[in-house]
Design a binder for this molecule. Structure first.
Ligand SMILES: C[S@@+](CC[C@H](N)C(=O)[O-])C[C@H]1O[C@@H](n2cnc3c(N)ncnc32)[C@H](O)[C@@H]1O
Length: 178
């Protein structure tokens, strides 16, 4: 996130970030502190409570909170999109359209930061989730400039019985990306 926020930041720009499936106030607060305008999206109202309390107390104009399904909502124009451990919630049938919305919403040199689950993750057993093979993901992102790529395969820290396989990606949109 640190890399992505710095890469996408433009002095004097609107600097609007969209956090898809924000899950908590962690990333929105981080971005707000760094001067971003943040649109925090989650379909679960319970995870938005912290952000709503913050907004009520601080009346912070830089924060917008949207309780919606990112598969159906219309995305505003932004220069940074974060989707942490959330994109797999788009089914394989929904994924192409979701990704097209992400590409279209980003400004010409906008930045995407987030995770894609891999074929060896336990989510891969459930065909409602979108998961990727490394080569397929590289191909999928061929028109983007990859600024950061990390593949993780291993047991979780919090739950040592849970096997994870995911890619952490920061990618900058190029002319051919849409
Ligand atoms: C594993 S949490 C990740 C939270 C946070 N982004 C992070 O990096 O820690 C996934 C979040 O995505 C949200 N989510 C799942 N499907 C969604 C959808 N279709 N639209 C909006 N939010 C969704 C869930 O409610 C959950 O809060």
């Amino acid at each position: 996130m640190v890399v992505a926020a710095d890469l996408a930041w433009r002095a004097g720009g609107a600097n609007i970030a969209l956090d898809l499936g924000c899950g908590s106030e962690r990333v929105p607060f981080y971005l707000l502190e760094r001067g971003w305008h943040v649109i925090a999206v989650d379909q679960d109202p319970s995870v938005l409570t912290g952000l709503r309390n913050f907004k009520r107390i601080r009346s912070d104009e830089a924060l917008s909170i949207v309780c919606a399904d990112f598969n159906t909502m219309v995305f505003p124009d932004v220069s940074l999109i974060h989707a942490g451990y959330a994109l797999h919630h788009a089914s394989p049938e929904q994924f192409a359209e979701l990704w097209s919305k992400i590409s279209t919403a980003l400004s010409p040199d906008g930045v995407f930061a987030g995770h894609f689950f891999g074929e060896h993750d336990q989510f891969a057993k459930d065909d409602r989730f979108s998961v990727f093979r490394a080569e397929a993901l590289r191909k999928f992102l061929a028109d983007w400039r990859i600024e950061h790529w990390n593949e993780f395969r291993g047991y979780g820290h919090r739950d040592p019985s849970r096997w994870w396989h995911f890619f952490t990606v920061v990618a900058r949109k190029q002319e051919a990306s849409v």
